[in-house]
Design a protein around this ligand. Structure first.
Ligand code: NAD
Length: 558
């Protein structure tokens, strides 16, 4: 065990091409763990919280130190086991096995609720891993930017189709945290203005600094006038307003305001930590949370009901309204809003068709720390996948408008076939010295074949298989068998404890032949899981993709 006194301190990933571990895969895990906790990247690094309510990278600072020590000593044929943010064992395996296997926040079904989780967390036995927080592949707010952009574009199209006129001029939303902070920039990139309600001025400050939001206007009348002017001039702008969504959304209804698109991304999945009840300042909320957590949760859910009822009113008046994957509908329903689920979830509404093609959030990070390396990978992606105008537009916009947080990184949604192709191209860039250090490739757990989450990714599956979690487990096992660099299996990400099970994977392109073989296998298996999962559920697109690309789905073979 570590003998030094562990505690909060600034953390930053090493840069450059010098190793402090025994191999690049271990080094990648070490750098990505540090990067998750970099003050530029994490929302509350002192508490080891990366994003998404209390999504943590390590259980405690002492646990962080031990993981670092183990990674630095880990051989090329060993595997480190991490249980909810704590290194618990190390075994000899083989060079193609993952160097790290991670299990976060998992509980047996009957015990899978927030009360039990918090009790065990208090005892120091577990931590909340969210999705990419505990699996060490968070890349800051960019990580959700393209997904948000695609979602907003699809929602605008749906709005136009429904209303029969050009729409999608502006978006109303709430929550400017680690993930929610992507919304204003995604809206303006998609050509829409955005009004985003955020209760915490520091979060607004951070989004202004990183250029994710254009301006802050706290007077509602003035903010609406600015939105109106931007819409009229067709010059999209994004405005943060400091306030409580449970106050401002109903006030907009009272004023008869009908936004084109309405959603929200507070951390409602965790009603004790992630949502501030209306009528309380941040300090008052913190005091109530500590003194009477039960009362806090009741008030938070009551406020969520007010917010969701306002969203339903706006839908009635013609807004395109959708739930953005934080489980607010369940909490609102528990507080008495019977029609909460009249609001559709964003996955069945806009994303499932992409999942059927094995498409999802492919991301990568330049371990050198040099932004030039990402520019080289941007060019390489466009060469490898040349006939995709949406991808080309995205890479160009991201290059112009995304400010890196921590190690330079990029995200783009790629499907089955293209992910493996791009992985191999990156490995060649490393081999040929066209980038200065290896590239680490990963993804969100929110992906086509890696998650069981009936309020989000697997809501309203065609065959009713929403709560079947075998797929997520098969994903982790198959990626492990394929030789991913680290593999994780989590519970409760996105929508909270009791509501989801999901797997993550990361793979390192270090320029070697062995890495090329692993990349080809893993980046085929992983999106292939999305194709087979959706083909099995009876989605025609997935069946077609499987036939066309030769993905074997035994029960669908002719
Ligand atoms: P976060 O904890 O970093 O931020 C939440 C933000 O909401 C904070 O800034 C907080 O101040 C603000 N907030 C809380 N209550 C508020 C209120 N009443 N009014 C206005 N603002 C309020 O969380 P995050 O990383 O941004 O994630 C947000 C949610 O999205 C989480 O529930 C997360 O699980 C979910 N999520 C969604 C996706 C997706 O693809 N849609 C992906 C990952 C996470």
């Amino acid at each position: 065990m570590s003998t030094r006194q562990s505690g909060p301190r600034p953390v930053r990933a090493p840069r450059g091409s010098t190793l402090s571990c025994k191999g690049w895969v271990q080094e990648a895990a070490l750098r990505m763990l540090h990067n998750n906790l970099d003050a530029e990247v994490a929302e509350r690094p002192d508490d080891l919280v990366v994003y998404g309510g209390t999504g943590k990278a390590a259980r405690s600072w002492e646990a962080f130190d031990v993981i670092v020590r183990e990674l630095q000593d880990l051989a090329d044929d060993e595997t480190l086991l991490v249980q909810s943010g704590k290194a618990v064992g190390r075994f000899r395996t083989h060079p193609d096995a993952p160097r790290v296997l991670i299990a976060n926040s998992n509980l047996v079904g009957r015990w899978a609720n927030w009360d039990e989780f918090r009790k065990l967390e208090q005892l120091g036995l577990t931590m909340y891993g969210q999705m990419t927080a505990g699996s060490w592949i968070y890349i800051g707010t960019q990580g959700i930017l393209q997904g948000t952009y695609e979602t907003f574009v699809a929602a605008r199209k749906a709005h136009e189709a429904r209303s029969g006129r050009p729409g999608g001029r502006w978006v109303l939303t709430a929550g400017l945290g680690g993930m929610g902070g992507a919304q204003p920039l995604a809206a303006t990139m998609a050509g829409m203005s955005c009004l985003a309600v955020e209760i915490d001025p520091h979060r607004i400050e951070r989004r202004l600094e990183t250029r994710y939001v254009d301006q802050r206007i706290d007077d509602l009348g003035k903010a609406l006038a600015a939105i109106e002017a931007a819409v009229e001039k067709n010059q999209p702008t994004s405005i943060a307003i400091c306030g409580n969504a449970a106050d401002i959304f109903p006030e907009l209804v009272r004023r008869g305001v009908v936004p084109d698109l309405v959603t929200e991304q507070t951390a409602a999945h965790d009603p004790l930590i992630g949502y501030i009840p209306e009528g309380l300042s941040l300090a008052e909320a913190a005091a109530l949370r500590a003194s009477n957590p039960k009362e806090y949760v009741t008030r938070a859910k009551r406020s969520m009901r007010l917010e969701v009822e306002a969203m339903l009113e706006m839908a009635q008046c013609g807004s395109e309204v959708f739930d953005y994957g934080n489980n607010i509908r369940t909490c609102a329903q528990e507080a008495g809003c019977e029609r909460a689920f009249d609001i559709p979830g964003f996955v069945p509404a806009y994303i499932r068709e992409l999942f059927c093609q094995g498409k999802g959030p492919f991301r990568w990070v330049a371990l050198s720390g040099d932004p030039e390396d990402i520019l080289a990978t941007d060019r390489a992606v466009l060469e490898a996948v040349p006939n995709d105008p949406d991808l080309a537009r995205w890479i160009k916009l991201a290059g112009e408008r995304v400010k890196f947080q921590g190690l330079p990184a990029r995200i783009c949604w790629l499907g089955y076939g293209d992910r493996a192709k791009v992985g191999l191209v990156f490995n060649e860039l490393v081999r040929q010295g066209k980038v200065k250090a290896p590239i680490v490739i990963g993804r969100d757990h929110l992906d086509c074949g890696s998650v069981a989450s009936p309020f989000r990714e697997t809501e309203a599956m065609k065959d009713g298989s929403d709560a079947i979690a075998d797929w997520a487990i098969l994903n982790a096992l198959a990626n492990t068998a394929g030789g991913a660099s680290w593999v994780s299996f989590h519970h409760g990400g996105g929508v909270g404890i009791g509501n989801s099970l999901h797997a993550g994977m990361v793979i390192v392109a270090d320029g070697t032949d062995a890495a090329a073989r692993r990349l080809e296998r893993v980046l085929t298996i992983d999106p292939g899981m999305g194709v087979i999962r959706h083909a099995d559920a009876g989605y025609e697109t997935a069946v077609h993709v499987a036939e066309e690309k030769g993905v074997r789905v035994p029960h669908r073979m002719k």
